[in-house]
Design a protein around this ligand. Structure first.
Ligand code: NAD
Length: 267
């Protein structure tokens, strides 16, 4: 199940957190992984860790807001490994501010990373993905990192929620568009609840601020209690879902959103 033998995957924002764990799990499942991030040293470290564990990884400097950077990354992936089967649009940032407090600069940055980055990654990698999709049983795959905040409103961060809502519908529109073109690229999104990564920690700090206290531990406990399953998520939970969506086991899925949120949005 969920094997990726012989596949080549490009994961954005893979220096740490969900992206790094996805790259680790994909390499363990047999994929060659190309991992890009703005955190140059950290992404190299992640690649060293993967190769040290017997996997194949190539680390790149990738700024998802730059079309030239994406072009270079897609070219490096196909030059090094001959093709591209999987794109994971994972890079993202969180703001954690009320809409009345955010500045134009903050909004522009949020849109650039969370939305422009997903579109540019899709646009730049689509030709290589369409090519490899021709010879793959279930086509090639794009997995976009949305959020539960892309399904329901977020009191904590309405602007982040707006960008993730965009990713949710861009995923569906892209699946339709590629399908009509006859390109065999499946496009799905994943919607994590609160996950204990650097971004997760940022959300606890924002919650503590919004509650008028500096009690980050209490904010974390409140977040945990909101998840009916009784715990917060970890990167492994989400990476497993991403590997499934990238693998042939999800061969009849496109334009779908997979919710991995410990029951958060079931209420
Ligand atoms: N952690 C959560 O609770 C949570 C919940 C729902 C969705 N998500 C989404 O999951 C994805 C991964 O989040 P995470 O929790 O691992 O966060 P994280 O902050 O730990 O990792 C995000 C990575 O993206 C990279 N990045 C940021 N800007 C970039 C840019 N311009 N170009 C390339 N890389 C860039 C960062 O350097 C970092 O390595 C994000 O899209 C996030 O919105 C996270």
């Amino acid at each position: 199940m969920n094997r990726l033998d012989g596949k080549v995957a490009l994961v954005s924002g893979a220096a740490r957190g969900i992206g790094a764990e996805t790259a680790r799990q994909m390499a363990a499942a047999g994929a060659k992984v190309v991992i890009g991030d703005v955190l140059g040293e950290r992404v190299l470290e992640t690649a060293r860790e993967i190769t040290g564990a017997g996997g194949t990884a190539l680390a790149l400097a990738l700024d998802v807001t730059s079309e030239a950077s994406w072009t270079a990354a897609a070219a490096a992936a196909t030059k090094e490994f001959g093709k591209l089967d999987i794109l994971v649009n994972n890079a993202g940032i969180f703001l954690g501010k009320d809409l009345m407090e955010a500045t134009m600069e903050e909004w522009s940055r949020l849109v650039a990373v969370n939305m422009t980055g997903v579109w540019l990654g899709t646009k730049t990698c689509a030709p290589a993905l369409a090519e490899s999709g021709k010879s793959s049983r279930h086509g090639s795959a794009i997995v976009n990192l949305a959020s539960v905040a892309g399904l329901v409103g977020s009191q904590l961060d309405p602007l982040y929620s707006m960008t993730k809502g965009g990713v949710t519908l861009f995923t569906k529109s892209t699946a339709l568009s590629f399908g009509r073109k006859g390109w065999r690229i499946r496009v799905n999104s994943i919607h994590p609840g609160v996950i204990e990564t650097d971004m997760g920690a940022q959300t606890f700090a924002s919650r503590a601020r919004a509650a008028g206290s500096n009690d980050v531990d209490e904010a974390r406990n409140v977040a945990m209690r909101q998840h009916p399953i009784g715990r917060l998520g970890v990167a492994e939970d989400i990476a497993r879902g991403i590997v499934f969506l990238a693998s042939d086991d999800s061969g009849f899925m496109t334009g779908s959103g997979m919710v991995v949120d410990g029951g958060l949005t079931a209420q």
